[in-house]
Design a protein around this ligand. Sequence first.
Ligand code: GRF
Length: 188
Amino acid sequence: MLKKIAIFASGTGSNATKIVAHFKDHASISVALVVSNKATAPVLQMATTNHIPTLLLNRTSFYETEQLLENLARHQIDFIALAGFLWLIPPYLVKAFEQRMVNIHPALLPKYGGKGMYGMNVHKAVQANGEKESGITIHFVNEQYDEGGAIFQAACGIEPIDDPIAIRNKVLQLEHYYFPRIIEGLLE
Ligand code: GRF
């Protein structure tokens, strides 16, 4: 049976792009929907270019109704990948996709996680603390930011000359390689 993924993303969507490319010709898994909370997010353009349906979220509807579940059902979504999605996931969605929704975080959780720890904030904090390594954490999603059970981690070394952008680039390489493959492993 074909398994269908929805990617939720708020921004650039470099991870989303890698996931879409990874599953483009896959026999049993496809990316069937890209969901964003931001009308101008480049990830929506990427989806359209790849002929993938998109859905723009409205904050009130997302938090105060369960209408999203109907939309996900209409697209027969089995699995959700959060790839740079910044809104906290409401309980109804956590429950409906228990063990079927994962997030990628650009640090070695439980360090450098939680509210406000996203994007460059993470890499700046890692550098300011003189960490010798950083990395990625792929984890299931629960009602708190970055607290669901960890599925996979990979680390990269940090040199004293690495600035936050260099750290981000090292971490992104790990994200782009591992995230599609871990999703594939969970779905197979
Ligand atoms: C990634 O660093 C990911 O770990 C985090 O948000 C960032 C999204 O980047 N959750 P992109 O939009 O995939 O380039």
